[in-house]
Write a protein that binds this ligand. Sequence first.
Ligand code: URA
Length: 235
Amino acid sequence: MELERLLRSQGFGSRPECRSLICSGRVCVNGELCDDPYNDFVPEGLNFSVDGLPLIFRKLVYIALNKPPDYECSHKPKYHPSVFSLLPRFLLTRDVQAVGRLDEDTTGLLLLSDDGQFIHTYSSPKKKIAKVYEVSAKHPVDDAQIAVLIKGVQLNDEPSPIAAAGCERVSERLMRLTVTEGKYHLVKRMVAAAGNRVEALRRISVGGLNLPEALALGEWMWLEAADLERLAQRD
Ligand code: URA
């Protein structure tokens, strides 16, 4: 693939913009400066850099973001900045989308991708993907609340009770709750229906993928093949 086309596919702008990046000496391929936009490369596995930022050619991108509080998951946020403002421009040009949404005050693991099939799989309620939340509660968490959450709570506007796929107390006011649906304010509504109140919410895993401890709030990382395999694991 010609370098100009290759850069375009990776989100670096229109073909003229990519050509100008290359011709002005800002692009290296396999460690060597390449200023010929028509130079041909095999894209799979290609290492390149733009303005010194090292990258690998990626046909599709998969990302984990540790969402900070006071960020909205929308491209058109109303009250807070968008999570997309935490990503570099080349990912936005690739039309990376969030896989489902977290509330503005919820923190933790948010997946993003430009792979439509992947987004569909991991946001579809039919797939019953487990999502684990750390719930900081206003009141002490007791056995009765846990039992109610496991048995199922009837929420307004829902045809039948919704049960947590798992719920355990971690400390007096902290519980770990697993849900397999992605309804609006689901965890907050479930905890309220069980007689408590969510004070803070952090998503710590999706499927078999845990939020990496080294990933600070606001930071993102590529998900590689091994991460995607982990994500797809059910138990
Ligand atoms: N449930 C909620 O109530 N809020 C979230 O952000 C995610 C799940």
